[in-house]
Design a protein around this ligand. Structure first.
Ligand SMILES: NC(=O)c1ccc[n+]([C@@H]2O[C@H](COP(=O)([O-])OP(=O)(O)OC[C@H]3O[C@@H](n4cnc5c(N)ncnc54)[C@H](O)[C@@H]3O)[C@@H](O)[C@H]2O)c1
Length: 344
């Protein structure tokens, strides 16, 4: 049995990954601050679902609710740590108390637009927080980590599809800059302290438990309710959407790789490799919902990239990864979840 420490374990990707690790018979230590970037109660539910448990929260207070959750879910195979990754002391306590095989570091602030509103916070959480994780690994001798980067590091890369060998020195948002900084920090700790690292460049992830601030969730809700959707630009911007189970599949294949090899520093795209334009994205949601969208045309937003498109040659060669879900199949699963769990 292996022990995975997952930061951001109550989030969208972290809870889906936890569920898979538990299903495989391994152990999870989940660190999360349950921050209010979006409603923290969604994250309480994510943890419950990952552990196949349910609980009616009676309190209005976050601290009490997280405590009640922890009492319910903590077990031999799962441990919840209500901790902020900016708190080095608490991280050190957790790393000393547990025998950790592999760290999967997903905690952080997502989102390009909010990062433009508050660049210093993104630096504080995403860069200092990530540095803390590497530092505590150095101090306690944990040697294997996979950490979330992002396709945003490619900025407005001219050549497509985006390859890991492309130069990514031209970030166009504080969020992207923080993720690029993480890749550089990770290399430093690898070089100096023999930490084996895979940096994960996720391409727009979607699916059940998706963050409500992201387009697919927002559009599904608004179209279903007959409300206008904000439509930025002429609809030709495109994204390489990746269904969350495919992200989990890629992360676990790469985890296996980092666990079974030494002297590893790799950066890997994980995508669907089938870019979909904004216009097509809306059409697919309309088709699956059986409802027509009301469109509110708005200018392109600063910081948004024109397109993302993952070259998957590297991850294919390294670990045999291929995405299993088409965009439409993913949307069908997302919409099913939305009606079963959110709308009810
Ligand atoms: N979802 C995507 O499309 C996407 C794309 C590229 C990269 N990523 C990256 O993947 C990671 C996970 O993304 P997600 O979509 O699951 O987001 P999410 O917001 O659902 O999950 C992140 C989790 O981290 C926690 N967190 C935030 N700040 C923290 C702190 N200071 N200390 C402890 N926990 C903290 C949050 O409470 C949340 O539960 C992030 O690093 C994100 O930048 C996501």
């Amino acid at each position: 049995m292996k022990t995975y420490l997952i930061t951001g374990g109550a989030g969208f990707i972290g809870s889906t990954l936890s569920e898979r690790i538990l299903k495989d018979g391994n152990r999870v230590i989940a660190i999360d601050s349950f921050n209010d970037f979006y409603d923290y109660r969604i994250k309480l539910n994510n943890v419950l679902e990952a552990n196949k448990k349910s609980l009616d929260f009676s309190s209005d207070l976050k601290d009490e609710n997280v405590k009640a959750l922890k009492n319910l879910v903590d077990s031999e195979n799962y441990k919840l740590e209500y901790v902020d990754i900016r708190d080095l002391k608490e991280l050190e306590r957790i790393f000393k108390e547990n025998k950790i095989d592999t760290v999967i570091h997903l905690a952080g602030l997502g989102g390009v637009r909010p990062s433009i509103e508050d660049p210093l916070l993104y630096e504080e959480v995403n860069v200092r927080g990530t540095n803390n994780i590497f530092e505590v690994m150095r101090r306690t001798g944990v040697k294997k980590i996979l950490a979330a980067s992002s396709s945003s590091v490619y900025g407005n890369n001219e050549s497509v599809p985006f390859k890991e060998t492309d130069i990514v020195d031209f970030a166009i948002s504080p969020y992207a800059a923080s993720k690029k900084a993480n890749e550089v920090l990770a290399h430093t700790y690898h070089h100096l302290f023999n930490i084996d690292v895979v940096m994960l460049r996720f391409f727009t992830v979607f699916g059940p438990r998706q963050r409500p601030d992201l387009a697919i969730y927002k559009f599904t809700k608004l179209i279903d309710e007959g409300k206008e959707i904000p439509f930025f630009g002429d609809g030709s911007t495109s994204r390489d959407y990746t269904y969350v189970d495919d992200i989990v599949k890629g992360v676990m294949l790469l985890a296996n790789y980092v666990e079974n090899n030494s002297n590893v520093y790799e950066i890997s795209n994980i995508g669907g490799s089938d870019p979909v334009s904004l216009k097509e994205m809306v059409e697919v949601i309309e088709e699956v919902l059986g409802k027509e969208a009301k469109i509110n045309r708005l200018p392109m937003q600063p910081g948004d990239v024109n397109r993302t498109y993952a070259d998957l040659t590297k991850i294919k060669n390294l670990v045999g990864y291929e995405a299993d879900n088409t965009f439409k199949e993913g949307i069908e699963k997302f919409v099913k979840w939305y009606f079963e769990k959110v709308k009810k």
